[in-house]
Each structure stands twice: as C-alpha cells, then as structure tokens.
Design a binder for this molecule. Structure first.
Ligand code: FA5
Ligand code: MG
Length: 422
C-alpha cells in the first residue's frame, strides 16, 4: 500500500513559486503550507537555534567557503541524476518528494548542489539549506528540515596526499587531548569498498581525513554541552552505510542523554560526480548533516514544530552563537479525532493523507497516525482509520475549532482522493 500511486488531486494549470509561475502537471504536489516555508530561511534568521548551529559548524571549518543562499528549487537531474541515483530509486516518486512539475522539484537534500559547487571550482565548502521531504508527521518529523553539506577535494599527487595526511595527524593530536571515545569501522571492507577507479590507499587517506574531520566537529558541537570528562567521555560511533554518490560510505551517531542519535551521512565522493563537475585528477570526501536533530538535543527542544514558531515565548529565549536549555512554556491540551475511510480502488498513499492534514491544520497538528487498516474479505475494498492529534503550541484550541478542522480534513479527503467516509 505504501508504494501505491494515489489518485491525482485536481491541480490548477499554473503554480507560482518564489515569484516565478510554473506550469502545473500531474507531478505537481506542493501544498500552500509547504510553499509558505520557502521564504522562512531559519538558517539565516539571526539568533534562531538553526542559525546558531550553522554558525558553529562554519566556525569549525574557517577556511572553507560558506554558502547558504541557494534556491530550494532544483531539477530532478540535480537532485538525483547528477548523484548517480538509479532511475527507479523510490525517493524520486512524487509520493516521497515535492514537485513543482515534472521538471522542477524542491531539493530533498543539500547534496543536490554538489555538482554545481564543484563545477564552480570550490575545493573546500559548506552549504546550509532547507530541504523538503514528504514523510510522516510527529514530534521528530517535519516536511522541511535543514542540512549542512560539507566537502573537501584534493589532488592525488604525492605532495597533495601528504598534505592531507599532515592535516589528519594534526586532528589526531587534537582529538587525543579531548574526552572522546570513537567506535570505528574499517575504512574499507568488502561491503564498503573503494571505488574501482581509486587507488585503495588514496581512498583510505581520504576516509581517514573525513572521519577525523567529523569526529572533531562532533566534539566541538557536543563535547562542551555534554560536559564530556575523562570518566564520562563523548561517544561517537561509525557505521557502514550506502549512498549512490559515495563509496566507501558511513553514518555517524552520537550518544547523548542516553540515546544514540543519527547525525549525518558521508563518504568518499563518487568519481562520476567529480567527472560531471569537470574536476580532473582529484578525489575527495563529502558529508551531509541534519541540523534539527542536533538542535533538538543541544537546546532540549521537545517538538520539531517549535523551530517554525513565531511566538516570542520561543524566539526570545535564544541569541546568536549561544546554546542554552529551552524552557517550555505551558503545554496546551491535545485532542484527537478519528476518521475511517474506504480507499479508492487505485489506493491512497499515506503521505498524501499526511500532507492533506498538514495543509488543513498547519502546525496545529501534532501527529497523524494510521491506527487501523483492513481489507473487506468479500469486496476486497481497503479501509484505513486516520487519527489526528491536534494541539497548538501557543494556546488552547476550542472544541468547535478542532471539529471544524476535522470536517475540512474529511471533505478534502472526499474531494481530492475520492475516499468514502465509513
Ligand atoms: C542524505 O541526505 C545524504 N545527502 C547525506 C550525504 C551527504 C551522504 C554527502 C554522503 C555524502 P540522509 O537522508 O541519511 O542522507 O540524511 C542525512 C541526515 O539528515 C540524517 O543523518 C539526519 O540527521 C537528517 N535527516 C534525515 N531525514 C530527516 C528528517 N525527516 N527529519 C530531520 N532530520 C532528518
Ligand atoms: Mg539516513
């Protein structure tokens, strides 16, 4: 059911996005709620936790170019093809990504700009931006979040490689003085190999420099706030991963307040990415890290919706460059409403339900869950029950208001997806 293509919503023939009017087509699935996020630019809002986090990361890499103004509108070619995603990758589906039309989409990750930045000649850069993914709705998932991409490329002649190794030795000396314990994986393995075009020794040099650079960044971000000591050091763990645009690839998790937290993905840049950027005789590494998850633990922010709050009780608690513990203002009561549906014969994707609820109720929706599914034994009709939990972060909702929101959800489900309410 998850991968079923859903009934297309009726779409207007044109869609204005960031001041340009695009022709709409069968791919168009940006809702007004999502379109309204495009101008917010939390990572550039002075004092906002996401902007402070960007600043901390940029200060950690002072001699890198710092980019943060690239448009969120990219082509599927930039977002997927330029990074060697296969043609049938599920991320390309309109159930998983936001499309303006078949030719333009909202970037799903900052890696979408790798080829453009490498093509510009930059060899050490950071890029921070808002990214968009269709996903479930709860306290840690929001359809917009922020990533910082970082990359470094270098020549593969002996002197250039020696400079990379010298940088690694410097980082190793620094980390030896820090209260950090690293659970590592081998740089290369049969399941996480060097690319066939790379000398495995060069790939190891790149992977080692990548790991040390990121261990050092993790210590900068978490070491102080975690109060890491010799007895209770910061714990960082490396895990083999897979991305179509890196090999070897890794994910990094940090142990913080009793939990392992997935922070980033990274690896040695796939050579076709550099070839497409007209970069010759060079190799390098890249990483992409999620800012909200880090900010939520560093500031003790309990709900990802709060980053989008324009309430002074939220914003006034923060100032640029400073990490402090968020003091929650009173939590207002939640109320939930259920609706049971017969799905149309060609199915309905969960993400279409989530986006519709989000578009009706905005940040008044705390979470949405499909709490029941069944197929009628005789007619084979499919049914689901959708539970929406409504809660404002700023005020108490009255019953009539919640009923009105739920009524809108139900009528739009009927109109847009031809469901039948049971
Ligand atoms: C990527 O987006 C890759 N572009 C990362 C990368 C860059 C790999 C360069 C190799 C080289 P992934 O989907 O795992 O990978 O996301 C990276 C990070 O973004 C995650 O570790 C997580 O911290 C954050 N993230 C991912 N999905 C969400 C979400 N729904 N909400 C909040 N943060 C998220
Ligand atoms: Mg991941």
């Amino acid at each position: 059911l998850r991968r079923h293509t859903s009934t297309a919503a009726p779409t207007p023939s044109e869609i204005p996005v960031l001041g340009t009017v695009y022709p709409a087509d069968a791919y168009t699935n940006i809702t007004p709620t999502i379109a309204a996020k495009l101008t917010r630019r939390l990572h550039a809002q002075d004092g906002h936790p996401i902007a402070t986090l960007r600043g901390l990361i940029e200060s950690h890499f002072p001699d890198y170019a710092h980019l943060s103004s690239l448009s969120p509108i990219v082509t599927p070619h930039q977002n997927f093809d330029s990074l060697s995603f296969p043609a049938d990758h599920p991320g390309r589906a309109k159930t998983d990504s936001y499309y303006i039309n078949k030719d333009y989409m909202l970037r799903t990750h900052t890696s979408a700009h790798e080829v453009d930045v490498f093509t510009s000649g930059s060899e050490r850069w950071l890029l921070t931006a808002d990214v968009y993914r269709r996903d479930e709705i709860d306290a840690s998932h929001y359809p917009v979040f922020h990533q910082t991409e970082g990359a470094k490329i270098f020549q593969t002649d002996a002197a250039s490689l020696e400079a990379v190794e010298e940088d690694s030795r410097r980082l190793e000396r620094e980390l030896a003085q820090s209260n950090i314990v690293i659970e590592d994986v081998p740089h290369l393995s049969s399941t996480n190999p060097a690319q066939s075009v790379h000398n495995p020794r060069h790939s190891e040099i790149a992977a080692k420099n990548l790991k040390l650079s990121l261990n050092s960044l993790m210590y900068t971000l978490f070491g102080g706030v975690a109060g890491a000591t010799k007895e209770d050091p910061l714990r960082v763990r490396w895990i083999e991963a897979f991305f179509p645009f890196t090999s070897p690839s890794y994910e990094v998790e940090v142990f913080f307040r009793g939990k392992w937290l997935e922070i980033l993905g990274c690896g040695v840049v796939a050579q076709p990415t550099l070839d497409r950027s007209n970069v010759v005789n060079k190799m390098g590494w890249a990483f992409g890290l999620g800012l909200e998850r880090i900010a939520m633990v560093l500031y003790s922010i309990p709900d990802i919706r709060l980053f989008w709050s324009e309430d002074e009780r939220f914003l006034s608690q923060f100032s640029q460059g400073k990490i402090n513990t968020f003091k929650p203002y009173s939590k207002y009561p939640a109320s939930y409403r259920d609706v049971s549906l017969w799905l149309p014969s060609d199915g309905l994707h969960d993400n279409d339900v989530y986006d519709l609820v989000r578009d009706v109720a905005g940040d008044l929706v705390e979470d949405v869950a499909i709490i029941d599914r069944f197929t009628h034994p005789k007619t084979e009709r499919q049914s689901m029950t959708v539970r929406t939990n409504f809660r404002s972060m700023d005020r108490s909702l009255v019953k009539d208001e919640v009923n009105e929101l739920q009524a809108q959800v139900q009528s739009r489900l009927k109109e847009q997806f031809r469901v039948e309410i049971r």
